[in-house]
Structure formats: C-alpha cells, structure tokens
Design a protein around this ligand. Structure first.
Ligand code: ASP
Ligand code: MG
Length: 430
C-alpha cells in the first residue's frame, strides 16, 4: 500500500478530546498498512482569535509578524496530534511547513507554493514514523521568511504534499460528510455528491463554497491528485474530486457510472462588494484607465459589467464586484481618477451576495439560465448583475435575500434530497 496524505481542519481538532479522536483515526490508516502523512490546521477558531488579538495590539500589524503569529496555531496542533499518537503506541514526527520543505514565494498572507522538497518527510516515513505537518505555511525561497498560504490554506498544503510524495490520493477530513449541492447550513435538504469533477469543484470553490481552498483544487487538477472530502466525525464515504465523473480512485467503491447530472450545485458568497462608476464617457481607453488603477492597487476583481452607452449622452456605467476587504482601497484609487476620466460619481454597495449555479452539463443543455432566473424571480429576488462562464451562471442579489435565492435555485434544479442527509458535525462556520 502506498502513501496516503490526510488533512484535518480546525473543527476536527477543536479540543483535547477531538485531538485524541483524530489520532485514533490516523492510527487506523497506519494499521491498515499505509504510510501516513497528515497536514493539520490550527485548533477550532484559533486562527480567528489570533487575528483578533493582533488587531487589538496594533491597527496595522506588519505582514511578516502576522505570519509569524498565525503559523503558531498550526504548530500547536501538530505537536499535540503527535503526542496523542505516541500514546497509542505509534511514533509520530511533527514538522513545521519550512521543515517539511514547503517552499513558497515571498508574499506574506497569501504566498503560493512553488516547490515541495519532502526529504525529511520521506526519511521519517522510512523510519516507520507517522508524519504530521503544520498546514497553511511555508518558507520563502528568496527572503527565507515564514509565509502563510491564505485562509483555509491547509487544504493546499495537503494536496501539495500528496503531489510531491506521489501519494495515491489525498483525504480532506472536515466537519461535514463531503461536498454538498449547497451549503447544508442554508439548505438542509442539500445532497452529498459522490463525485465531482475538478472543473466543477474549481468553480464551486471560486464561488464561495468553503469546503475546499481554491488553490488546493488547482493543485490537484495540475498534478492529477484525487481528493476524498469526508467527515472526521463519521466513517461514511465522502465526495471524490476527480478528473471526470466516471473516474474511480484507488480504494474507492466501484461507482455505478451514473449519467452526469446537469447541475453539480449552488454556491453563494457574501464576501464581495459592488462598485459602480457612473457616467463614464464612451471613449477609447476609459475602461483601461479605470482598471489599471485598480490593478495598481493590487485588487482582484470578479464580475465586470459595462452597458452600451445611452445614445443621448454618450455616457455609460461600469459596475464590478471585488472583495469587501478591498472596498475602501478601490474607492480611493478611483476617486483619484475622477477628473482625468471625467465620470460623474462612484457608488459603493457591500450589502450584496453572489449566487452561482454550477454544472458541466449546462454546456449541452439549453434553458438553464431561464430556469435559474425564473426560480430567483419566483422567490421575489431582484437580480442586480449577471455573469457566466461555460459551466457557471452567477447573479448578484441583495445580501438579505441570498438564502431564499439559493434555496429556490436548489429546488428548481431538483437538487433537494428526499430525506435530510446533511449533518454539520462541528465548527462554528466562522
Ligand atoms: N488555520 C488557517 C485558517 O483558519 C488555515 C486552515 O485552517 O486551513 O485559515
Ligand atoms: Mg481554520
């Protein structure tokens, strides 16, 4: 049997009892004959607590020190898990991201993994140890500083380790039984997916499904690592994230090759804001000027909508969405452009939410948008913006109406389970 990489999230490691339970689970895999490498997150909500603490101490904590602080959370987990394993008669070695060979670029707070050199992990495995790695962190190749990979980054650590160690697959243990057709906290009748393709999972993750870190799915697709998302609180089979729905991963039950569903799920996101630049002169280069200013401010945009200009005025409006956290920076950057571009005003709205319908089947099935928009209309929800990709339709709506719109779309596409399947075992959803 080969190497298996497992990841345990914060809600699976909330307290001492939980850590002992996870240790037993890790030991089960070792007993089954696997070489086991485990990436751990910080306990419970401790990353949020560290963030709160930092903000109490300083309104603008230096990014380097923030990473030094936050990486401590995962170090606590790794050592405690290793201790609990040794009580079960097995030996474990814990390693920080840097010791484990996770090499990143030098961007504090959202570093990208550029290489994994798992020499120490491999020798620890050869010596018969279980390996525990602190997730969400690495060391910068050029600055030699400790970095973090962005919130939820332990998923990415796990998949990167799986790729570097040529593991058969990567198991992501969490507080729900798998990937659901919608967030079970909003839609209790959400259904667990047995399989989902990398492509659909990428869209789900990018559109706010918090179950997997987006970068982790990109990594898995690039290196062809099947991911098994499952609960650490049950022994149920979870969701396999795989190249295509007919793929059967090693150790997974033979799937009846089901006909692929048209829609994989409905995702939602309440972390964005909307800015409208009102009355932009309809001239060559205006959009370029506006978006260059936002790029210079390092802001990642999501949807962008520009209407045709009104014939009478030759003026148009441009709206876009962006992370709420970047809202004020963006407004400042744009305000500075006002005279140069000559637009009339700026509107800012952060009481919005995005709902996305995702499914590879929409490529070949007409009428999906019509059905989606009718369901949202029937729920009495007004659509403010629309954008699409080949396998996704997203709409922006009023923040307070997100739950209703998600539930309506979920029902319209027959995604509701007849019995409640979704159990949320832990976590505060923070
Ligand atoms: N502890 C970090 C966070 O809460 C990383 C992770 O959980 O994956 O974002
Ligand atoms: Mg966490």
């Amino acid at each position: 049997m080969g190497i298996v990489v497992q990841k345990y999230g914060g809600s699976s490691l909330a307290d001492a009892a939980a850590i002992k339970r996870v240790a037993r689970r890790i030991v089960e895999s070792k007993r089954a004959g696997h070489d086991v490498v485990v990436a751990v997150s910080a306990m419970g909500d401790s990353t949020d607590e560290l963030l709160d603490l930092a903000n109490e101490v300083s309104p603008l904590p230096p990014a380097r020190e923030m990473d030094m602080l936050l990486t401590a959370g995962e170090r606590i987990s790794m050592a405690l898990v290793a201790m609990a394993i040794s009580d079960l008669g097995f030996t474990a070695r814990s390693f920080t991201g840097s010791q484990a060979g996770v090499i990143t670029d030098s961007v504090h707070g959202k570093a990208k993994i550029i290489d994994v050199t798992p020499g120490r992990i491999s020798s620890a495995l050869e010596d018969g140890h279980i390996v525990i790695v602190a997730g969400f962190q690495g060391v910068s190749q050029d600055t030699k500083e400790i970095t973090t990979l962005g919130r939820g980054g332990t998923d990415t650590t796990a998949v990167a380790l799986a790729a570097a160690l040529e593991a058969d697959y990567c198991e992501i243990y969490t507080d729900v039984d798998g990937v659901f057709t919608a967030d079970p906290r909003i839609v209790p009748t959400a259904r667990k997916l047995d399989r989902v393709s990398y492509e659909e999972m990428l869209e789900l993750a990018a559109c706010g499904a918090k179950i997997l870190h987006l970068r982790c799915v990109e990594y898995a697709r690039r290196y062809d690592i099947p991911i098994h998302v499952r609960s650490s609180f049950s022994h149920l089979e979870g969701t396999w994230v795989v190249p295509d729905p007919s793929f059967t991963a090693p150790d997974s039950p033979e799937g009846e090759t089901m006909e692929q569903a048209i829609i994989a799920g409905v995702a939602h996101d309440r972390s964005e804001a909307k800015i409208t630049v009102v009355g932009v002169p309809d001239k060559v280069g205006e959009a370029a000027r506006i978006f260059e200013a936002l790029a210079d401010a390092q802001i990642n945009l999501d949807m962008i909508v520009q209407n045709i200009s009104a014939a009478a005025t030759s003026l148009t409006d441009i709206s876009f969405t962006l992370p709420r956290a970047d809202g004020q920076t963006a407004m400042k950057a744009l305000a500075a452009l006002r005279d140069e571009v000559g637009f009339a005003s700026l509107l800012y709205d952060d009481k919005i939410g995005k709902i996305s319908l995702i499914g590879a089947g929409m490529r070949s099935h007409p009428g999906v948008s019509a059905k989606f928009f009718s369901a949202i209309a029937a729920a009495g929800v007004n659509i403010q913006m629309i954008s699409t990709s080949e396998i996704r339709i997203s709409v922006i709506v009023d923040e307070g109406l997100v739950d209703a719109a998600v539930a309506a779309a979920h029902t319209a596409f027959d995604l509701d389970a007849t019995e409640v399947e979704a159990v949320v075992y832990g976590g505060t959803g923070r």
